[in-house]
Design a protein around this ligand. Sequence first.
Ligand code: SDX
Length: 396
Amino acid sequence: MASGEGLEDIVAGKSAISTIDGKRGVLTYRGISIHDLADHSTFEETVYLLWYGRLPKAVELRNFCEQAWAEVRLPKDVVAQLHSLPDDANPMSLLRTGVSLLGLSDPEEGGSNAPEQPAPGVNLIGQLGPEAPGFGPNHPNSKKAVRLLGQMAALVAAIQRLQKHQDLVAPRPGKSIAYNFLLMLTGKEPDEEATRIFDTCLILHADHEFNASTFTARVAAGTLSDLHSAIVAAVCALKGPLHGGANTAVMKMLMEVQDPARAQDWVKDALDKKKKIMGFGHRMYKGEDPRATHLRKMSESLCAKVGRPDLYELSKNIETAMFALKQIKPNVDFYSASVYYSLGIDPELYTPIFAMSRVSGWIAHVLEQLANNRLIRPVADYVGRQDVPYAPLAQR
Ligand code: SDX
């Protein structure tokens, strides 16, 4: 493959949000290991970290959660418009339209996109937290951001319930995004373990440097387009099976293979036919994806808990076969499929769930892009014909 194809290894800009060391299997958000965040943090705390550059103090976290949790609901006009959409549509297509509708109904629509300027004499370097110049909590973009974070969870749950012709479920005040999403999706109060596992999934999916959807969001933001437009663009990029769409495809594969004893032959046959095995491989990680380490563990314990140890065994056998035949390891999408399945979630919703977490990273990147914006406009290596004479229509 030609060097630079797919922008491989091209540094496309500066960012201080997350970084990956693909050789050592390290991922950090704002310098903090993903393992520490997965083990000790909450999704809301992680979002604060991504947006404001440092972990919140207790009072800051409480305020942030109060704001975000109050937004886990949809405006009535958006719900009405969602009802009019085809209920057999792909949930990612419905999400794309849903985010667009949220943009139209946002009270800050049309508000300023420009960052706040630092006070004269203020040194921006090292200034972190909502008090730092840029996008303080009262900036229109910050208000949109926190609203969209909560609304995305409500939107993903609503998409599923509308598709099943079920009434929407109201969120419980004072409860986390993870808790309320599971409640709004199933209509049943989730237990503590399910809530914690789902919350950890949200943390693990929140950001990942210049992945395709995040880069798409930054390109849109770089034109000084608005926040919702950048997020719609990101949703479009996430939908494809080479990116976020892979988690749904993994579950379909697990359902097709079914028997753990068939895994080896199935993988070999697929590879012989030059098929891509969904949930495997990564542009950055050549060894273990650190997110997969957590998801593998959660898959093992959850599959056992719900009486489907075979699903974990099947996943493990596919992983073993893939490594033996191709030396390729699972990415974030592989074990998240069996985790979500064990939580009772329909496969078609796995990619929208990825989006409801990643919206936090997309927003962080859009704000970072806008804080120091220059239009993103690379060049093409032109390989087409040159000096072609124009032939009038009658002579072609
Ligand atoms: C995500 O970038 C991010 O950070 C993304 C993400 C995030 O958090 O944002 O981590 C989320 O998108 C995870 C990836 C989800 N996609 C899949 O699981 C789809 C299956 N995987 C692949 O198609 C592939 O591995 C990609 C798309 C993830 C990466 O593509 P690259 O870097 O362009 O690699 P490639 O397709 O050029 O593959 C290189 C080699 C090829 O073999 P050779 O031709 O050199 O012999 O590895 C082989 C590929 O055939 N290969 C696979 C494979 N992945 C790579 N072969 C079979 N099955 C696979 N899954």
